[in-house]
Design a protein around this ligand. Structure first.
Ligand SMILES: Cc1cn([C@H]2C[C@H](O)[C@@H](COP(=O)(O)OP(=O)(O)OP(=O)(O)O)O2)c(=O)[nH]c1=O
Length: 193
């Protein structure tokens, strides 16, 4: 296994796998950050603030550049985080059924160039989802640790009619923008290995 070139301030296996897919081995240091939105905070400012806070919290733990990220599903101006239980998960999918919502993912990388960050918005259109499908989907266990209560990369792909933007951002990390930030911080990716 290659030596880590980046500290990943995240408990998300999706983010680790996405970084591995572009040749970036990481050491993982998840941070416990208060994810309560501030009064009047826009969804964009919210994900950006959390991504920076995660990177800042883990940065002193290793001598490596450090990446933090946050993903939120936004519908009718409401930020949907991870569902706490079936009722909340079902309410989220009812809100998303048959319409377009926005997924915001912010990424922040601290390193020799200071704190650099980017925020990506992706539009996701879902077909109508029936009450029976919502119950069956919850029982698979997939929605529980996902913002908005679904995983586009998993079983919920059958509900997704169209996306406009970045698929990797919806999964948890916008790889195009992340690569740009990593290069600016001198972190090697596959094409330089
Ligand atoms: C919308 C969507 C979200 N997700 C995931 C990505 C993130 O892991 C999670 C959003 O929660 P986050 O709070 O962004 O991330 P996390 O708690 O998993 O990890 P950490 O805070 O330690 O970095 O939802 C999917 O995997 N697929 C999807 O389609």
């Amino acid at each position: 296994m290659s030596a880590p070139v980046l500290c990943l301030a995240s408990a998300s296996p999706r983010r680790r796998d996405l970084l591995a897919s572009i040749g970036v081995p990481v050491t993982v240091h998840p941070c416990d950050i208060d994810e309560t939105p501030l009064v009047g905070e826009t969804p964009h400012a919210y994900v950006q603030r959390l991504a920076v806070a995660k990177a800042e919290a883990a940065a002193p733990l290793t001598g490596l550049p450090t990446l933090g990220s946050d993903t939120a599903v936004v519908v009718d101006g409401r930020i949907l985080g991870k569902p706490a239980d079936f009722d909340e998960g079902a309410e989220m999918l009812r809100l998303l059924s048959g319409r377009t919502h926005e997924v915001l993912t912010a990424v922040a990388v601290s390193g020799p160039a200071g704190m650099l960050s980017s925020c990506v918005a992706t539009q996701v259109t879902m077909r109508e989802i029936s009450a029976d499908e919502i119950t069956a989907y919850w029982r698979t266990g997939e929605p529980a640790d996902k913002a908005g209560g679904y995983a586009i990369q998993g079983l919920a792909a059958i509900f997704v009619k169209q996306i406009q933007g970045s698929h990797s951002a919806v999964v948890g990390l916008p790889l195009f923008e992340t690569t740009h930030l990593l290069c600016r911080q001198g972190v090697p990716i596959w094409r330089r290995v």
